[in-house]
Ligand binder design. Sequence first.
Ligand SMILES: [Zn+2]
Length: 488
Amino acid sequence: MSYLVLARKWRPKTFSEVVGQDHVVTALKNSLKSDSVHQAFLFTGTRGVGKTSLARILTKALNCRNLIEGEPCNDCDSCNEINAGSSIDFQEIDAASRRGISETKELLETIPYLPTSSKYKVYLIDEVHMLTKESFNSLLKTLEEPPPHVIFMFATTEFEQIPPTILSRCLQLNLNSVTVEGLTEQLSKIFSKEKIKFEKSALDLISDAANGSIRDALTISEKIISYSEKNITEEIVREVLGIPDERLVEELLLNLKDKNTDELFENLKEISNDTSIKNIFINLMNLIKKVSINQFSQKKDNTFNSSLLEIDPESLQIFYQLCLVNIEYIDDSPDPKGLFEMTLLKMLAFDLEEKKNSSVTEKGKNYNWSDLLSELKLGKVLSQHLMHSNGILQNEKFIISLPEEKKNLLSEKNLKIIENQLRDFFSIRDLKIKIDTNFELSTSPINLKEESVKRNEEIVKEKIKKSDSYKKIVSELKPEIKKFDNSE
Ligand SMILES: [Zn+2]
């Protein structure tokens, strides 16, 4: 059984067979029933969600001789011809390979001719965003006043690339990515009819890997069927798709939590070289995310080990960050497993360290001295004075640097006030202020402010110089200026 057979065999032939696009189907059926047919449709959505399938069904419905409740009969000559791909009045064009102006003109030349046997002549242009600008322009002329017997259907994954003039003449139908539940339901229907045995958990894994695309779900299924001799088990799906065992990922996280280094290394030994390390990374991140959400959610998910919930939320954040930073290198890494091992070791080692640092700096890390001054309640005079200084938190010391001659203005009393305020702000009880007179002048708030004012002035000057009205005034005035200029 090849992919084409399965996908073609189960391609929806009626609106009711379309998966996960109820909103679009209802809109189309209603418009068919009321006989208010648009002349240009645009189907948008990610790959493999059924854009061209829907366009074909709509074409059949528009030309069907026994339309039943808005559904094509799939029995009349017109329906049969479209299903067999032999209808002369239905043209399917792939814009990716026929994007040029000459090809578009060739197509448009056929438009004036009436349909041979159908009510409408339908042009389905797939990947329409690939058309050249000239092609769009010539298409636009036809779209502005299409002959009543012609209907255009466009399909695209990237509707942002379509000119607004075209968009405004189309009825846009946005197809959703199909949900995991929707895909699983459809697969179980198909497998039952194909007399293929399956485990429900196996279908969930296939649907998850298909990323919302019904076509991808079928492609993956095809691959797995060829391995599984008509009995699809979770184990086979994991093997074929390189999806790690959930239990393993869970154990990894538990061992990280308990800092069981030895057992963690035992887990790593279980990971064979065939397993996709990227998938393990992704699964670990998903599990961390799931645990985090569960810690904050009222509705508890009971599908995973509850002792995972005991992991400190801050540690989970750090684990997630470390995965995120390291997964970026996985595709280029000569040793993905090594990269994964090093990431886990970092989680073991840096967990406490990072936590210590983050609790100290978390509140202050997004503050620069200037912001901090406006947060602290120091009184106007003292704040003004400190605008000429610079301040930075280093471990538990707060270093205020300012020029030697300004140092005397900070009395003991004032220093105490600042110190107390900073202690409260950073929640560091033993915070001490240190005065540094090696002052870097350019970074004080007052200097930064002056610099930014200067920069803004320059930008405004530049803009005025470039403006047309300025140029006009100058060119008009110039002769006058020359006339009265005595130096010449
Ligand atoms: Zn029909």
